[in-house]
Ligand binder design. Structure first.
Ligand code: AMP
Ligand code: MG
Length: 427
C-alpha cells in the first residue's frame, strides 16, 4: 500500500478554497430519482422543471371584502350604487349591470365590466327598497384587484430542476396543481464516530463517568445536520479504536451508501485507525486545511464489494466538536448539495457574507483563515463569543453565525467584517 506521506507540522497548509475546489471536483450528482408527495418534499431537490399548466390566480379577483364597481361610474364621493349581485370566493360572477355594483369578498372573481373594488370600510349601506351603497371614496382603476396570472403565467418554469424545495416552494408547486413531484434520491450516508473515550448519553450517568470519558456530542449534531441537508442517515454508532473493527464497519458501509462520514481520528499524531483502514480499502488524502477551527480533514473513497460496484465517498471530520461542526457547514454541506444535483458553483459553496461592524477586538491574528463564532447585537454590530476554543460547543449555540476572517488579520472594534449566518449555512 502506497501511503501518502504522514502530515507533520511542516506539511504546508491547503487553503480552504483549494480544499473546497478539490472536494467538489470529486462529486458527481447521483442519478437516482423518485416521486414523492408534495407534502413530503420539503428540503428535497427537484429532478424536473415545474412548468405551469395554468395561470395563478386563474382569473382577476378581489383582494378585499367590498364592492366591485366600474370606476367610471363613481363620479365623485357620495355616489350611491345599487347592489346587483353578490359574489363569494369560489362562486361564479355575472357581468356587472352598468351603473350598479356587486357585493364581493376576498378571492371572489371580478365580474366582467367591473375594474375596481371599493373596500367595505369606504362604503355605507343604504337601506329602503333598493339595496345600495354609498361610495365614499373615488376608486382608481385596478384598485384592490389581483390580476389573473400576476403570480404565475402559463408555460413558465416556476421551479427549476436542481432547486431545493422550501416550504414556500411546496405551496407554489401545489398552486400549480401538483400533488406529486419528481425529486433526486436522498444521498445515503453512513455516520460513525471514533474514539474510545466516547460514551453515549443514557448509557452512563454523569456522576458515574470514568476519568477521561466524554459524551459523544458530534454524533448528535452530525446526524441532525445530515438530515437537514437531505441525507438518509445510517447511524453506525461508535466504532472502537481497533483496525479490524474499523475495516469491518467501512466495508459494510461502502456497499450500501454514497458517503461514509466519520468524526475524530484525523489529527496529526493521532493513534489512528481510520487512515490505514481507508487506505487499505481505497484511498485517503489527509489534508491540513488553513482554517480555524477545523485544520485536519480527510477525503477518500472506499471500494465497494463484489455485489456492488464503484466507490463510496469517504469524509473524515476532526473530532473537536466545533471543528467538526464548522467543517461540516463549510465543506460537507456543499458536497451533499452537489451530490443531490444542486448546480452549486464553487463561488456559492459558502453562502454570501454580510459586512457588519465588529463590536470586539481580535488582537492576535492567526496564520489560518479563522471562522469566529459571533452574534449580532441590538446595535447592529457583532459580539464575539469569549472562548473560541474548538472544543467549546457553547460558542456555536450562543452564536448566530461566523465571521470569516482572512489569515493574518487582526480586528479592531468598528472594523467591517464578513458575517455568514448559521441560518444560511443550515439551509
Ligand atoms: P480526535 O480528532 O479524535 O483527535 O479528537 C479531538 C478531540 O475531539 C478530542 O478531545 C476528542 O475527545 C474529541 N472528540 C472526538 N470525537 C468526539 C465526539 N464524537 N464527541 C465529542 N468529542 C469528541
Ligand atoms: Mg480520537
Amino acid at each position: 500500500m502506497n501511503a501518502p506521506p504522514r502530515p507533520t507540522a511542516r506539511t504546508p497548509l491547503l487553503s480552504l478554497d483549494a480544499a473546497m475546489a478539490d472536494l467538489l471536483s470529486r462529486v458527481q450528482a447521483l442519478t437516482a430519482e423518485e416521486t414523492v408527495a408534495t407534502f413530503d418534499a420539503d428540503g428535497r431537490v427537484l429532478a424536473e422543471d415545474l412548468v405551469s399548466a395554468l395561470q395563478v390566480p386563474p382569473n382577476d379577483n378581489s383582494s378585499m371584502d367590498g364592492y366591485a364597481v366600474r370606476a367610471a361610474d363613481v363620479t365623485g364621493p357620495g355616489v350611491v350604487l345599487r347592489v346587483s349581485q353578490r359574489i363569494a370566493a369560489g362562486h361564479e360572477a355575472q357581468a356587472l349591470e352598468p351603473g350598479t355594483c356587486a357585493r364581493i369578498f376576498t378571492g371572489a372573481p371580478m365580474p366582467e365590466g367591473a375594474d375596481a373594488v371599493v373596500m367595505q370600510e369606504d362604503t355605507i349601506e343604504v337601506g329602503g327598497n333598493i339595496h345600495g351603497v354609498h361610495i365614499q371614496a373615488v376608486p382608481e382603476v385596478g384598485q384592490w384587484v389581483r390580476r389573473a396570472g400576476e403570480d404565475v403565467t402559463r408555460g413558465t418554469v416556476v421551479l427549476a430542476r436542481g432547486q431545493r424545495l422550501s416550504p414556500a416552494g411546496l405551496g407554489l408547486a401545489a398552486s400549480l396543481g401538483r400533488a406529486h413531484l419528481s425529486v433526486k434520491a436522498r444521498p445515503r450516508v453512513a455516520l460513525f464516530s471514533t474514539g474510545d473515550e466516547l460514551v453515549m448519553p443514557g448509557e452512563v450517568p454523569p456522576e458515574a463517568m470514568k476519568p477521561g470519558a466524554i459524551y459523544n456530542s458530534n454524533r448528535f449534531f452530525l446526524r441532525a445536520l445530515l438530515h437537514r441537508m437531505g441525507g438518509e442517515v445510517s447511524d453506525l454508532g461508535i466504532v472502537p479504536d481497533r483496525r479490524e473493527a474499523t475495516i469491518a464497519a467501512l466495508k459494510t458501509a461502502a456497499d450500501h451508501h454514497d458517503l461514509i462520514l466519520t468524526s475524530g481520528g484525523v489529527s496529526v499524531g493521532e493513534e489512528d485507525h481510520i487512515k490505514p483502514s481507508v487506505q487499505q480499502l481505497g484511498s485517503l488524502d489527509l489534508w491540513q486545511i488553513g482554517m480555524k477551527p477545523g485544520k485536519p480533514f480527510a477525503y477518500g473513497s472506499v471500494r465497494r464489494g463484489a455485489d456492488a460496484s464503484g466507490l463510496c465517498h469517504f469524509i473524515g471530520l476532526p473530532g473537536n466538536p466545533v471543528s467538526s461542526f464548522v467543517t461540516f457547514l463549510l465543506l460537507v454541506r456543499p458536497f451533499l448539495l452537489r451530490l443531490q444535483g444542486v448546480p452549486l458553483e464553487l463561488s456559492q459553496a459558502l453562502p454570501a457574507a454580510t459586512r457588519l461592524p465588529a463590536h470586539f477586538n481580535l488582537v492576535r491574528a492567526d496564520k489560518r483563515r479563522e471562522f469566529l463564532r459571533v452574534r449580532r447585537n441590538a446595535a447592529g454590530g457583532l459580539d464575539l463569543f469569549p472562548n473560541q476554543s474548538s472544543g467549546v460547543l457553547t460558542s456555536a449555540v450562543w452564536g448566530d453565525g461566523l465571521v470569516d476572517n482572512p489569515a493574518g488579520t487582526t480586528i479592531a472594534h468598528g472594523d467591517l467584517v464578513s458575517w455568514i449566518s448559521f441560518a444560511d449555512l443550515l439551509a
